[in-house]
Design a protein around this ligand. Structure first.
Ligand code: S3P
Length: 444
């Protein structure tokens, strides 16, 4: 079986009309939704997941765990019930198709390697162009049998016995760390991951909720995770918190559209995900973060955002892992800020759903912003944004949403070549933005 054909493209445009007002609930977090399904599929017993993000990426992971032997029931309410496999996946009859989702493909490679199934991983054109050796190399060192002709999809895993490893990943990537830890659940002996730069720690937090024995030790300059294996997880009930990466779009829109005043409810504030909001505050943004509790072991808050002048920023590279998905929309904020911004150390953006560094630069440039790439840095001259551009999204949902946010505040409308990819991470984007007063026309 080959990957599903690309759904037909549909153009759209956004234009300046109203200020944004009111409140929305942030959609379920994508990273947490993937992990809830994956850990539930490995656990013994039935897990109940509420608030799962029903996006293309997450539904691809859901389909994959079904093929691997987990039972998933959805009763039409927001609740999914997953009966796990006690760490023993069955061999899927057909390819595991992860569509556009790097997180799904990469985390599931770790889970499949640890749970001993033979499986072929495929994805769409964007995912098939992204590097997979960063996952298959450490898995191979654990004893996994991985075939990948080009270091990209398709990847074939064949069941093999694994042993724990002591690994220091060269890139700051939660996907790499998570794949190694998930494989470690099925390995003999201890798996150790040493992180020099902190990345999102949802896998570690959720493994504890599913009863795993795992130790996380702070070490300068990062953190060391110890996971003894083999071990079997125990089912757990999860309520998925709201996604700060999705909330970022309405947040930036409210900052740059005059007279806006919105509240985003139920947003996860894990510091490893909250870099954008800290940066926007440094730029002078009027943000009020009111903690409201916890979900899935993660802190959540309501965030009130009011429009106002932003100042340019010179942003250090060390913060990148805490806001890696937010650079396109931060670049939009910088385009409206006073002065020249420099966003440093963005090499990893080249390995996202598109070459996001180039795509972000092109997005701004097409709309009359003076912008350039200097090695791994993005330099943006802020001020008034003419707009009027036609933006190529390169099958990248975050480029699409960032461009539409720009069009809500620029002089002329901004058009994108495809709105459909947005459903990979934020199917309710248009509805939420419209509820706040934005004008986005689909099918232009
Ligand atoms: C994710 C990790 C990040 C991020 C992706 C989700 C995760 O990727 O870009 O959208 O859920 O672990 P990297 O780990 O490759 O930086």
């Amino acid at each position: 079986m080959t990957s599903l054909p690309h759904p037909s493209r549909q153009a759209a445009f956004s234009q300046r009309r109203n200020s944004l007002r009111g409140h929305i609930f942030a959609p379920g977090d994508k990273s947490i939704s993937h992990r809830a399904l994956i850990l539930a599929s490995l656990a013994a017993g039935e897990s109940r997941i509420n608030g799962l993000l029903e996006s293309g990426d997450v539904l691809a992971t859901l389909e994959a765990i079904r093929k691997l032997g987990a039972t998933v029931r959805a009763d039409g309410t927001a609740e999914y019930r997953v009966t796990g496999t006690s760490g023993q996946f069955s061999h899927p009859a057909t390819d595991l198709d992860f569509g556009n989702s790097g997180t799904g493909a990469r985390l599931m490679m770790g889970a499949v390697a640890g749970a001993g199934a033979n499986a072929r991983f495929i994805g769409d054109a964007s995912l098939s162009s992204r590097p997979m050796a960063r996952i298959t190399d450490p898995l191979s060192r654990m004893g996994a049998r991985c075939e990948t002709g080009t270091g990209r999809l398709p990847v074939v895993l064949t069941a093999a016995s694994l042993i724990g490893i002591d690994e220091t990943p060269l890139i700051a990537s939660a996907q790499v760390k998570s794949a190694i830890l998930l494989a470690g659940l099925g390995a003999q002996g201890e798996t150790i991951v040493r992180e020099n730069r902190l990345t999102r720690d949802h896998t570690e937090t959720m493994l504890k909720l599913f009863g795993a024995e795992i130790r996380v030790i702070a070490s300068s300059p990062g953190r060391v995770v110890h996971l003894p294996g083999p071990q079997t997880l125990t089912a757990c009930d999860i309520v998925v918190p709201g996604d700060p990466s999705s909330a970022a779009f309405a947040s930036v829109a409210a900052l740059i559209i005059p007279d806006s005043d919105i509240t985003l409810r139920n947003v996860m504030t894990n510091p490893a995900r909250f870099g954008l909001y800290a940066v926007l505050k440094r730029m002078g943004a009027d943000l009020l973060v009111t903690p409201t509790g916890h979900a899935a072991g993660e802190a959540i808050a309501d965030i009130r955002v009011q429009s106002g002048a932003l100042e340019a920023i010179d942003l250090e590279p060390d913060i990148a892992a805490t806001m890696i998905d937010e650079y396109p929309v931060l670049a939009v904020a910088c385009a409206f800020a006073n002065g020249t911004s420099r966003l440093r150390g963005l090499a990893e953006l080249r390995a996202k759903e598109s070459d996001r560094l180039a795509a972000t630069c092109a997005l701004l440039s097409a709309n009359g912003v003076s912008v350039r790439i200097d090695e791994d840095d993005l330099i943006i001259e802020g001020g008034k944004v003419p707009g009027g551009g036609h933006v190529a999204t390169h099958e990248d949902h975050r480029i699409a949403m960032s461009a539409l946010v720009m069009g809500l505040a620029s002089n002329e409308a901004v058009t994108i070549d495809d709105i459909n990819m947005i459903a990979t991470s934020y199917p309710g984007f248009i509805a939420d933005m419209t509820a706040l007063g934005a004008v986005i026309e689909v099918g232009a």
